[in-house]
Design a protein around this ligand. Structure first.
Ligand code: BGC
Length: 418
């Protein structure tokens, strides 16, 4: 990453990193941790068949073939080490942090609030405020209390009331210390992985269930946003919408039409249901998809450790499209890559910052950027081997160490604040 890029961002711009509770805290008991224990052995056994095409397979083989990799366990012990992690946020010259509150800690049994867990998150937010770091809280980031999942989770419309009640409770408890609230993280990724592809709990493969979940998540956002705004109209509420840049690889009518239809189905079908109740638009950008005819065929010139095509600069087109369509200020709520060797992260960050700057020059009201992730963490069904952290974590001693790209990013953020 260039040390002195010609970059200009407003002084109020939010610069931060993101995490989610289950991926970093450790010690959680929810629908996901139950599923991990049931599937860890099988996942370890399947790993050579799933991942051996990856260039880095020899490096990850050892970890990916062990059942422990698939159990979140103590994760990176962020639950106890959050103060240290916030010090790192500060050291990286960031002024914002996105995290999620773990519903299963706050309401472990239906209707029973856990005062100690609520107290924990109050202290957590106070620790951010003390360091002048703007908190952004997420209410649903893929994990659910076991009792809520047993009732059918978000597949049932009647269950949405429990989520709204939780949203109202935790936001009123955290009070004015919080300004930014994300109700739901990546609704369509959750719905498709959990209810269509069968990769995540509850491992269903049903188009009907997927549609119900998506509709109910939109309804849940709208209900929760209303409840939160009723507490105080000044809360800024949004979803964190995963968005790819989907573009035709050639001029053929079919390629152009398919790309447009895919973009609509993946983004706009859902966004149209919720943007009236969004004060800004949270956007998670990871990848672009190039379409020929009906098929996706990416350039794959540079691949992340997960084998994902990397086109960080395309963030510009995602931001421009979404702003043109919805006219809401945008905050990039996630963006990053699995890169254990830190070979590409600096390049990625430079391209991303330039892309964001480009979008702003085109008139996009962009108000913040949160990198995924602050620390290496538990990558859902893949376990611990994909390393997304600006900080590398050695999980035996739980020690954090900034990767070289993090040091460079801190220098750039510093120069932007001069
Ligand atoms: C999710 C994160 C995840 C990241 C990298 C996003 O889809 O919100 O929880 O770790 O991407 O895959």
């Amino acid at each position: 990453m260039q040390n002195k890029p010609k970059l200009r961002f407003p002084a109020k711009f939010l610069w931060g990193a993101s995490v989610s509770a289950h991926q970093v805290e450790g010690g959680n008991h929810n629908q996901w941790s139950v599923w991990e224990l049931e599937h860890a052995k099988a996942k370890a056994a399947q790993a050579p068949h799933v991942w051996n095409d990856l260039e880095h397979w020899p490096d990850i083989k050892n970890e990916a073939t062990k059942p422990e990799n698939y159990v979140s366990g103590m994760a990176v012990d962020h639950f106890n080490r959050y103060e240290e992690d916030f010090d790192w946020v500060k050291k990286m010259r960031m002024n914002a942090f996105r995290f999620s509150v773990e519903w299963s800690r706050i309401e472990p049994e239906e209707g029973a609030w856990n005062a100690a867990a609520i107290e924990h998150y109050k202290k957590y937010v106070a620790a951010l405020r003390k360091r002048n770091i703007e908190p952004m809280v997420t209410l649903f980031h893929f994990t659910l209390p076991v009792w809520f999942a047993a009732k059918g989770g978000f597949e049932k419309r009647a269950n949405v009331k429990y989520f709204t009640r939780f949203a109202e409770k935790i936001v009123s408890e955290l009070g004015i210390d919080i300004r930014y609230v994300i109700t739901i993280n990546e609704p369509e990724i959750y719905a498709t992985e959990s209810y269509l592809r069968g990769n995540w709990p509850p491992m269903k493969m049903s188009k009907r269930s997927t549609l119900s979940v998506l509709n109910n998540l939109a309804y849940a956002h709208n209900k929760a946003a209303d409840a939160i705004h009723k507490l105080n109209r000044r809360y800024k509420v949004s979803v964190a919408k995963h968005s790819s840049f989907i573009y035709p690889g050639d001029d053929a009518v079919l390629s152009r039409k398919s790309a447009a239809i895919m973009q609509y189905l993946r983004d706009d079908w859902f966004l149209k249901k919720v943007t009236k109740r969004c004060d800004f638009l949270g956007v998670n950008y990871y990848a672009s998809d190039r379409i020929y005819g009906y098929r996706m065929h990416n350039p794959n010139e540079r691949l992340s450790d997960l084998g994902w095509d990397m086109s960080p600069g395309d963030i510009q087109f995602v931001l421009e499209r979404l702003y043109r369509k919805y006219k809401l200020p945008i905050i990039v709520t996630e963006n990053g890559l699995a890169d254990a060797g830190d070979e590409h992260r600096s390049w990625w960050l430079t391209q991303t910052l330039l892309g964001m700057q480009g979008a702003m020059k085109e008139g996009v009201e962009l108000e913040g950027y949160f990198h995924w992730s602050l620390v290496d963490n538990f990558e859902w069904d893949k376990g611990f081997w994909p390393r997304f952290g600006l900080l590398e974590v050695d999980r035996t001693a739980m020690k954090r160490r900034p990767r070289p790209s993090a040091v460079k990013l801190a220098r750039v953020l510093n120069s932007l604040q001069e």
